[in-house]
Design a protein around this ligand. Sequence first.
Ligand SMILES: Cc1ncc(COP(=O)(O)O)c(C=O)c1O
Length: 426
Amino acid sequence: MSMATSPQTRLLHNHPTNNLFNSNNNNTSFIRITTTTPSFKPISIKCSATAQTHTPSPPITTAQDRVFNFAAGPATLPENVLLRAQSELYNWRGSGMSVMEMSHRGKEFLSIIQKAESDLRTLLDIPSEYSVLFLQGGATTQFAAIPLNLCTAEDTVDYVVTGSWGDKAFKEAQKFCKPKMIWSGKSEKYTKIPSFHELEQNPDAKFLHICANETIHGVEFKDYPTPKNRSGILVADMSSNFCSKPVDVSRFGIIYAGAQKNVGPSGVTIVIIRKDLIGNAQGMTPVMLDYKIHDENNSLYNTPPCYGIYTCGLVFEDLLEQGGLKEVEKKNKKKGEILYNAIDESNGFYKCPVEKSVRSLMNVPFTLKKSELEAEFIKEAAKEKMVQLKGHRSVGGMRASIYNAMPLAGVENLVAFMKKFQARHA
Ligand SMILES: Cc1ncc(COP(=O)(O)O)c(C=O)c1O
């Protein structure tokens, strides 16, 4: 194993406490390293350690210690991003500070947020007439912010509800305007996307809202409806498929996403908004929900989630290094195909309830014909280092979230396990 390239070496090299040998305080101890060759004299190295008043750091770990994490979010992050963040944690690029310690108005953090925005613009080819905002409060806060910013209390808006998240967005909007649910997949357990011509859109609606990927049900829009409302505004919650494939941003008035699935840790919410939609918030809109305030202040009106934005920036760099979203989409399609094929070719042992043409490439729900085996499936998978496969409590069964950062090997391992499990229980 090359010491220069092993993750373990890098972890050790960057470990802030590996510089114990220089300290001269009184809490010293000695490590005696005895060589096996008799021609060398035994040597003693003097070490020091301060008395532990805090929980000791966990042991330094290697890639082999990590699991394949199929969680729906917060979710797995690219390993190289984690290692990079770790190597920069203590002293960001020679600044003498961690990103966590920086002033959000200092030149260091400004360079971080500006680079993150610029890389995201490149990734999604975001036109210049759109603003990019890094906000807080999760996508859930946007369920309120969107009607507050785009409507008066008397305005009507259209919601297409293809799952639980779209339903939550619709219900929140009821507090701030007059939303109409123009389609719901609830009676079919949210397994479908409507054909666009059957949508009865209200010409007076201020916007049409969709959830581009329903995380719980695994239903994904493969194309987007054209809004037939007078303002022509389409709004999409892309929390769980953000940056998983190229998107024509110009078709949307607003795209919003919580970062914690595909692009970073929880705590950052990204809003991409056409600039002409900014500046019309209802009078009662709290300052933190007013897009104008955040836009005028370049997402720095108050203290932003600095470390989260920094991590998103590392993910954007990584996605660009992979060749951009077309390449990322190819990888996601391959992973999805392998997993869905395994389900479909199991002679009914596994089943995915979602209509084939709209199956999500990010969240794959499936059930076992013998549902009494589900708990065992999840437990045994965990023993093989595949975790978080339990379906959402509202739908049961299993769900494998295979976001950008899930390596192909993770999906291949899961499929191999599914086949073994089936052979044992068929
Ligand atoms: C599609 C979708 N929308 C909205 C949300 C809510 O996001 P948050 O928890 O960031 O408010 C989630 C969370 O899982 C989601 O998957």
